[in-house]
Design a protein around this ligand. Sequence first.
Ligand code: NAP
Length: 299
Amino acid sequence: MARCGFIGLGIMGEPMARNLLNAGNEIIVWNRTKSKTDTLVAEGAHLGLSPSDVAEQSDFIFICVTNSQDVLDVVHGTDESEGVIEGVKKGTIIVDHSTIAPDVSRQLAAELEKIGVPLIDAPVSGGDKGAIGGTLSIMCGGDEDALNTVMPLLQIMGSQITHCGPSGSGQTVKLCNQIAVCINNYALAEALVFCSLNNVKPGVMLEAISAGAAGSWQISNLGPLILKRDFSPGFKLGLQRKDLGLAIDAADSVNMPLFGTTLVDRMFSVAERLHGTDAGTQALISALETLTDVEVSAE
Ligand code: NAP
């Protein structure tokens, strides 16, 4: 049984923390909006009073918040709550599951290393289904010994845990994942609109190409939702655009144009205007439908 702190109980963090709890670990939770801790506390987790309080009580600290500044706020503290750094003990391992800028992960790891606290950047892929089922793909950067120590806990939350290299590498690989995902999503949108404009039933096309070389997670999972005009989120447009922004910034720093991703990000901005930031990423197709004056449907 390990003493695990968990900070950030959103769509991803809550089920990840629950899996650690159900595996028999002692869990101390904190969330900025306190009401989101109620369910886990009722299930047996302890309530931490602040990130600092969680750190004092934990040998492992997991963080799953939104963006770079949010991770920095949790670690350094704010006017409202004392940060992890105030309470953490030498030797405690911090695992950050948030998707943030690789540079920020590297800088934070270097800062924490000075006080004897390893930081593993460990962003995840697999959506809420993967978080609930404990089948996430977890992309890790940082010290190998620290990663090996925390590995049994990561294996409770994920089925594919990859050591990608030193600090920041997990974030870089997660951004590669987002580049591939968004271009795949756009390919699906183009195929569907092209098909509709050429008078072939989109459902027939999807069935045919899913089984061949074009088959992909995006086609199998998002294709049927588009045909039903169901734009409810698995992964929200706003979070997708946050990640593409991180990828474009990271590409700028190595003078890479990232043409495909930038184009899709621009199309996502139209989809976000049409459907709002909380719509699912399959809403991307609306941007192309607007340009071509067609609506893809099952018929
Ligand atoms: P979410 O449901 O929006 O939850 C975000 C969590 O972060 C909430 O608990 C929120 O607290 C907390 N938070 C945000 N800013 C904070 C701050 N400054 N201080 C303290 N807490 C703060 O998001 P999510 O879907 O769980 O995503 C979490 C991370 O996983 C993100 O980096 C996301 O990109 C990544 N991710 C998400 C998915 C997915 O399918 N959803 C898949 C892979 C990776 P409040 O409750 O107070 O708002």
